[in-house]
Design a protein around this ligand. Structure first.
Ligand SMILES: [Cu+2]
Length: 327
């Protein structure tokens, strides 16, 4: 009764592509760094925000797999560093760093407003965001080439108001490959929805690395149609396609499906369950079916006849959450 092979066929009809123009630069005001500690991450020890931040932002340059050195730099952001005619600035405007060097960036925000340090020319790009005062740390590895990489504050208007500078890598120089190399390309990512905002046609996604495009991070994206968000909820896992030109999500395939049914057999040893379930909209009709359960300990204490609500992860091809309930 295992029917996972048919899952793409089942998912396909729900896939709708809408395309229209990206209207404004990405709204960095909604860019969120780090993770939401309140979110449930089963099987994983609760990480400290520092660990999460470091893990999420250790961006290794495509051209340097193994860093040859390490350097810590402190960058302060605030109105007090602004020169005449500016409003905000970073305390440093030109930072010399080595080639293929691991940089620990300690960013201090002295303002109450939001700032975001971004180096768009880095492949993959690097970004560290603040929602207010404080210090954050993240790392990236510089490319193994003499190149000058711009950095700026990604919050709209802040770059024009003074928040810009350069990382001079090695002797510095023009990038070999302009950032526009991604132009016209589409990238696929997998992540968990942190927020769904149909009215704004936006989603906040905690995503894994998007190869050749962006490091793992929590980020807000425009979607090209609010219809793409239909039926999606916070906590759902999705596979999504980003159009690099539009800087928007042009397609979303849900990977999380929720079902309800009665346990026929809880096979703890094999980590499987047979469940007589109702229709799972967008996934499969009402039927009795066997599913892998990960982790298998979710089956502990379950017995035939128990009523359950469960979550299917179509990417993991397994039931990843089970909650018994009384009728
Ligand atoms: Cu700023």
């Amino acid at each position: 009764m295992k029917r996972w092979i048919g899952r793409s066929a089942i998912l396909m009809p729900t896939t709708v592509v809408f395309v229209f123009a990206w209207t404004a630069p990405p709204n960095a005001a909604e860019h969120i760094e780090g993770g939401n500690p309140a979110r449930e991450r089963p099987q994983v020890r609760q990480k400290t925000s520092l660990e999460e931040s470091l893990e999420g932002h250790k961006v290794v340059a495509r051209s340097c797999e193994k860093p040859r050195g390490f350097r810590r730099i402190t960058i302060k952001a605030g109105t007090k560093f602004a020169r005449a005619g500016e409003v905000f600035a970073f305390d440093k405007r030109a930072i010399r760093v080595g080639r293929c060097e691991e940089l620990e960036v300690v960013l201090e925000n002295l303002d109450d407003v939001r700032h975001a340090l971004m180096t768009p020319g880095l492949n993959p790009m690097f970004m560290l965001e603040f929602r207010g005062r404080g210090t954050k740390i993240a790392r990236f590895v510089t490319p193994d080439e003499d190149v000058t990489l711009d950095f700026h504050c990604h919050v709209p208007t802040h770059e024009d108001l003074g928040m810009a500078g350069v990382f001079i890598v090695g002797k510095g120089g023009k990038p070999k490959e302009p950032p526009a190399a991604t132009a016209g390309r589409r990238f696929e990512g997998v992540g968990e929805l942190i927020a769904v905002q149909p009215r704004k046609s936006r989603v906040v996604v905690d995503h894994e690395e998007i190869k050749d495009f962006m490091a793992p991070m929590v980020m807000s994206y425009q979607v090209t149609s609010a219809k793409l968000l239909q039926g999606l909820k916070t906590g759902d896992k999705i596979r999504f396609t980003i159009d690099a030109d539009k800087r928007a999500i042009v397609n979303i395939v849900p990977l999380t499906f929720r079902g309800e049914g009665t346990v026929i057999l809880a096979d703890t040893r094999r980590g499987q369950i047979v469940v007589d379930h109702k229709e799972i909209p967008g996934f499969i009709g009402a039927m009795t079916m066997r599913y892998p359960v990960r982790p298998a300990r979710l089956l502990t204490g379950l017995a035939a006849g128990d009523r359950i609500r469960f979550t299917i992860d179509a990417d993991e091809r397994a039931i990843v959450d089970i909650k018994p309930y009384a009728e």
